[in-house]
Write a protein that binds this ligand. Structure first.
Ligand code: ADP
Ligand code: ASP
Ligand code: MG
Length: 298
């Protein structure tokens, strides 16, 4: 079984979602697809949090634009029999969850700082919740999972870390049906605090880490990071147009470049898959025939 992670740009448009579908359909089942929020939507959700706190209600206009973007994607990619249901899911999360959260921020000037943080963490999780509903609906045999049900974090200094033991136990139970086949779909990035049950996340860019955690716990044969460049490159091609794809790297080389800021993989991703010797591929959703990069030991 492979774990295939598709980043924001890869789930950001009808064109890229159709590429995703073709790529996944070439895999034998079962397969586990981990998705990010639609490109740019996480930033928007957070910007709307700031606006709401300033009592700037125009954030609700941005929310309506995001609703339309998700509905347009559904019309373009979701199988017909599932469309109505996925449209309703998107509307339900926007109307019954996001809107009330933003209104609470905008109308409660005395909300304590830790409560504001909790609300914003709950809000930002919706990026992946919405995109995963669309991706699941693209496959006749799509099997939905909710990462909030098994990814568990604990406080660590000013941040949080994964609770491997609890997460491992919950993941194994949640994915018990994996062997029966199907296209399993999970959200990257999102988690819950083990003690309080509050919605948390693994940090910006954390969907790569979610995919690595699932690959490790479920003994995947490979982890594939599907993104918007042809592979792991010698430098960021946005700032270094002469950068070239590195065909093969060791885990240590990849870790070093990630730690130095190569955004293509979130740094905590490498260690768990390296421990289990799970090969990591970096591939381009927009150019799937390009060979990409393989990260393995030697
Ligand atoms: P995704 O949404 O798929 O997770 P990211 O934006 O997080 O995508 O990562 C992909 C981006 O990482 C590329 O578009 C590229 O600009 C940037 N990047 C930075 N350093 C590198 C590198 N060494 N190799 C490839 N891409 C890099
Ligand atoms: N959507 C989250 C972010 O933008 C997680 C991710 O894309 O990996 O940071
Ligand atoms: Mg990323």
């Amino acid at each position: 079984m492979k774990v295939m992670k598709f980043g924001g740009t890869s789930v950001g448009s009808v064109e890229s979602l159709l590429n995703l579908k073709n790529i996944v359909n070439q895999e034998p089942e079962p397969v586990l697809v981990v998705v990010s929020a639609m490109g740019g939507f996480t930033n928007q959700l957070l910007a709307m949090c700031e606006q709401a706190q300033q009592r700037d209600i125009s954030c609700l206009d941005t929310l309506e634009a995001a609703r339309k973007r998700h509905h347009d994607a559904i019309d373009g990619v979701v199988v017909e029999s599932m469309r109505g249901q996925v449209h309703a899911t998107i509307d339900r999360f926007i109307d019954e969850s996001l809107k009330p959260y933003y209104l609470a921020l905008a109308t409660n000037p005395h909300m304590p700082v830790d409560e504001i943080e909790r609300v914003c963490d709950a809000i930002v999780a919706h990026g992946e919740i919405l995109s995963s509903a669309i991706v699941t609906g693209m496959f006749e045999n799509g099997v939905p999972h909710l990462s909030l049900n098994y990814m568990r974090t604990v406080p660590d200094g000013h941040g949080r870390i994964l609770d491997w033991e609890e997460t491992g136990r919950l993941v194994k139970a949640d994915y018990a049906s994996l062997a029966d086949g199907g296209v399993h779909v999970a959200q990257g990035f999102i988690s819950r605090d083990k003690q309080s049950g509050d919605v948390t996340n693994l940090g910006r860019g954390g969907s790569d880490y979610t995919a690595a955690i699932l690959a490790t716990l479920l003994d995947a044969e490979a982890l594939e990071i599907w993104t918007d460049v042809d592979g792991f490159m010698t430098a960021d091609p946005r700032t270094h147009p002469d950068a070239t794809v590195i065909p093969q790297m060791t885990y240590a080389q990849a870790q070093e470049m990630c730690d130095a800021g190569a955004k293509v993989i979130y740094p905590p991703t490498i260690a768990p898959v390296a421990m289990k010797n799970i090969p990591v591929w970096v591939k381009n959703t927009f150019n799937p025939s390009a060979p990409g990069t393989i990260i393995v030991n030697s």
